[in-house]
Design a protein around this ligand. Sequence first.
Ligand SMILES: NC(=O)c1ccc[n+]([C@@H]2O[C@H](COP(=O)([O-])OP(=O)(O)OC[C@H]3O[C@@H](n4cnc5c(N)ncnc54)[C@H](O)[C@@H]3O)[C@@H](O)[C@H]2O)c1
Ligand SMILES: N[C@H](CO)Cc1c[nH]c[nH+]1
Ligand SMILES: [Zn+2]
Length: 568
Amino acid sequence: MKIISNPDYSQQQELLERPQQERANVETAVNDIIQLVKENGDQALFAFAEKFDKAKLDTLRVTEKEIEQASTLISPELKAAIQTAYQNIYKFHEACYTQDYPVIETMPGMTCWRKSLPIQKVGLYIPGGSAPLFSTVLMLAIPAKIADNKRVVLCSPTDSNGDINPAVLYTASLCGVTEIYKAGGAQAIAAMTYGTESIPAVDKIFGPGNAFVTRAKELAQQQGVAIDMPAGPSEVLVIADQKANPVFVAADLLAQAEHGPDSQVILLTDSITLAEAVNEQLTIQLSTLSRKQTAEKAIENSKTIVLENIAECIKWSDAYAPEHLIINTENADEVAEQIQVAGSIFIGSYTCESLGDYASGTNHTLPTYGYARNYSGVSVDSFVNKVTYQKATPQGLKNLGPAVEIMATAEGLDAHKNAVSVRLNSIKANPKSLPEEGTFKGRQKYSYETARKSIYGTLKERASQMRKNPTETEALVWEELRNKKLDIKFRRQHIIDKYIVDFASVEKRLIVEIDGDIHLNQIEEDRLRQDFLESQGFKVIRFSNDNVLNDLESVIETIKNTSTARPN
Ligand SMILES: NC(=O)c1ccc[n+]([C@@H]2O[C@H](COP(=O)([O-])OP(=O)(O)OC[C@H]3O[C@@H](n4cnc5c(N)ncnc54)[C@H](O)[C@@H]3O)[C@@H](O)[C@H]2O)c1
Ligand SMILES: N[C@H](CO)Cc1c[nH]c[nH+]1
Ligand SMILES: [Zn+2]
C-alpha cells in the first residue's frame, strides 16, 4: 500500500479522496434501467435477471417451498451462528429504541407528546452480486421486526440457476420476512419505487449495494420514496500506533478490501515502522485470500498516511468521515472519545470490524463515501416516523390562545387567529357548559381515560393480572381501602399514562404505592415515575412492605389524613 509520510494540510483533500466512481456510465445505465422497469414492470425484471445474473426466471416471488428447502440446505453450525448474531442484534437494537416519550405539559392545560409509528411499507435490498450478504438480512429485518412495519418486502439477486442464496432465505424467514422477490441491482430498487405486477411500491427502501444500487436509491428519492442512506462500497479507516500488531492491522484492512475493487481502506499512523510492517503483512496475507484479486484492486486505491502524532490522526480521520473506524492504539478509549465523525467505531486491538459486520449487535448498514458527516447507520428509528401529538383543554386554550392570536395577527394570517378566537369566544359565551378541569365524570372514571391509549391494551391485561395476584402487603392494604371504607373511592392497579399504580383515588388525585424490595434497585426509575405522576397533579405516598406488615394501622391513618388534607 502506498505510504505517504508527513503530508501537510494543503494535501489533505486530495489524499483523502475516495476512488472516483464511474459516474457517467453508472448514471446512464441506471436511468435506462429505471425507465424500462417503470414501463415494462415484471418483463423488464426478467430481462435484467437474464442479462446481469444469467438467470432465466418465470416468476419473481420466492415460494414457501423454496424458503422451507433453504433451511435444509445450510449447516446446523451456520444456523446456530446466525441465531447468535440474531440475539445480539435484536438485544442491542431493541434497547436503543425508545418508544416511550414523556407527556409534557408545556403550559397548564396544554400537553404535548411524541410517539413512533411504524412506516407502513418498507423494502429491504440484500446485495448478492459478488457475495450473498445474508448478514445484511439481520441488519435490516431485525429493526423492521422491532418497529413492526405492516408490510416488509425483500429483494435480492439470484445465482444463474435462479435461486437466492439459501442462507439469505433462511435468515429472512428467521426474522419473519417471507415476502421475498428475485430481483437485484438498480432494477430491484426501481421495482420497489414504482411497483410492478409482482413487486409492491414501498414507502422507504433500505440496504447497501454497489454503485448501481446506490445511484438508483438516490434517484428513488426524487419519486417520493425515502431511503435509509447512501450505503455504497464498504470502507475502513484504521488509526494505529507503534504498539499495534501489524498482523491485526493488515487483516482488518484486507477484510474490507475484499468486498469489492471499489472499496477503500486507509491506515493513519504516527509510526513509519508500523506502516512498513503492515505492508509486509499485506503481501503475506493477500496471497492466502480467496478473493485476492478483488482485495488487491481495492488496495491499489488505498493508502497509509504517516502523521506526526495520534492527535493528528484523529483530525484526519474526522476529515475523511469513515464508514468504519478501527482504533488500534494504546489509549483507544480516549481516542474514541475525541472522534467527531464516523459511521461505527471499533475500539482496541481485539475489536475487529468483522465482529460488527456480523454479530456484535450494532448495525453494519452504514453511510459510506463521507456521508457519515450527515447520516447515521440503520436503527429501529429508521423504520418509524415520529408523530407529535398535542391536546388543549379549554383552560389550555385560554392560557395559550391569546399569544397565538397575537402571533397570527403579526404574520398577517387572520384565519389562523380566527381558529383560536372562535373558540375563546365560545368559552366566554358559555363558561358553564365546559367540563371542570381535572374532574372525571360518568364512564370517564375508568382507567382508559387516564391511560396512554396506544399502550392501554397491553397495560390493561397486566393490571388485571396484578389485581388477580396481589402481593401480601397489597392485599392487606386493599382490604382497608376497598368499598370506600375511608370514604374515598380507591382503584387498585390503576393505569395512569404508561404506569400502573398500586392504589389511586382519581378524584382526590392521590396515589398510594407499596414498595417491595425490588424498588431498592430502581430508585432512579421510581423517581422519574413519581415526577411524572406529580406533573399530572397526583400526590404520591409510598410505604415499604415492612411499614405495612409492622404497622398497618398507621399506614391507613396516614392515607386517610393525606387524602382528607387534599380536597378535590
Ligand atoms: N455500506 C454498507 O453498509 C454496506 C454493507 C454491505 C455491503 N456493502 C457493499 O455492497 C456492495 C454489494 O455489491 P455487489 O455488486 O456484490 O452486489 P449488489 O447486489 O449490490 O449488485 C449486484 C447487482 O448489480 C447489478 N449489476 C451488475 N453489473 C451491472 C452493470 N454493468 N450494469 C447495471 N447493473 C449491474 C446486477 O443487477 C446485479 O444483480 C459492495 O460494494 C459492498 O461493499 C455496503
Ligand atoms: N462490511 C460491510 C458493511 O459495510 C458489511 C458486511 C457484510 N458481510 C461482511 N461485511
Ligand atoms: Zn465487511
